[in-house]
Write a protein that binds this ligand. Structure first.
Ligand code: FMN
Length: 173
C-alpha cells in the first residue's frame, strides 16, 4: 500500500534516455499492468502495441515530430515505445485508453523503468504512413491513437523534480 502510494507520487517524466534496452521481465510486467486498467463496462477497447524494433520506433518518432513541424526525436532517445490505441466504436474509448496509459506509466515507476507520456498518437495514425502501420499490426481504422508511453533508463539530467501542486487542487465538501 505504502509502496503503491510512493510510486504514484514519485513517478516523473523522463526526457533523456540511455540507449540500453529495458529487460524483458520489466516490459512484461508493465504491459500486464496496462491490460488491467479499468474500462467502461469492461469493454477493454484499448490495444497496446509494444515497439522495440528500432526501424519502426524511428519511423513513429519521425511521424510524431512531423505533426509538430519539428526536427527532433520526440521520444528523447527512449528505446521502447508503447503505443496505446482504442477502438472509437466504444463511447468511452479515450477515457479507457488514457487509463491504460496511466497504468503503464505507474507500473514503469514500480519496476524501476523511466517513462514519459508523449502526445500526438492520434494525428500520427491518421496519416497514410500511420494507417499503413495500423494495417500491418492487424488494427482497423476504427482504432485511434491515444498516447505513446516511452520507456527506458534515464540518462543524466533526464528527470526533473515534481512541479509544486497548484493551490485549490482539491475542493473538499
Ligand atoms: C496527455 C499528455 C500528453 C503529454 N505529451 C507530452 C509530450 O508530447 N512531450 C513531453 O515531453 N511530455 C509530454 N507529457 C508529459 C507532461 O509534460 C508531464 O506529465 C508534466 O509536465 C508533469 O510532469 P511529471 O510527469 O514529471 O509529473 C504529456 C503528458 C500528458 C498527460
Amino acid at each position: 500500500m505504502k509502496e503503491t502510494l510512493y510510486d504514484l507520487k514519485s513517478r516523473r517524466s523522463c526526457r533523456k534516455y540511455l540507449p540500453t534496452q529495458i529487460k524483458e521481465e520489466e516490459l512484461n510486467a508493465i504491459l500486464e499492468a496496462g491490460t488491467y486498467a479499468p474500462s467502461g463496462m469492461n469493454r477493454q477497447p484499448a490495444v497496446i502495441v509494444a515497439v522495440q524494433d528500432s526501424e519502426t520506433r524511428n519511423k513513429i518518432a519521425r511521424l510524431n515530430a512531423a505533426v509538430m513541424g519539428a526536427d527532433m526525436d520526440p521520444f528523447y532517445g527512449a528505446p521502447t515505445v508503447l503505443v496505446v490505441f482504442a477502438s472509437t466504436a466504444t463511447p468511452t474509448w479515450l477515457e479507457d485508453g488514457a487509463l491504460v496509459m496511466g497504468n503503464l506509466l505507474n507500473a514503469a515507476q514500480a519496476v524501476g523503468v523511466d517513462s514519459c507520456y508523449i502526445y500526438r498518437a492520434k494525428e500520427v495514425f491518421e496519416t497514410e504512413e500511420g494507417k499503413e502501420l495500423l494495417r500491418k499490426w492487424g488494427l482497423g481504422e476504427e482504432y485511434a491513437g491515444v498516447g505513446n508511453c516511452i520507456l527506458g533508463y534515464r540518462a543524466e539530467g533526464g528527470v526533473k523534480e515534481a512541479a509544486p501542486r497548484k493551490d485549490n487542487y482539491v475542493i473538499r465538501v
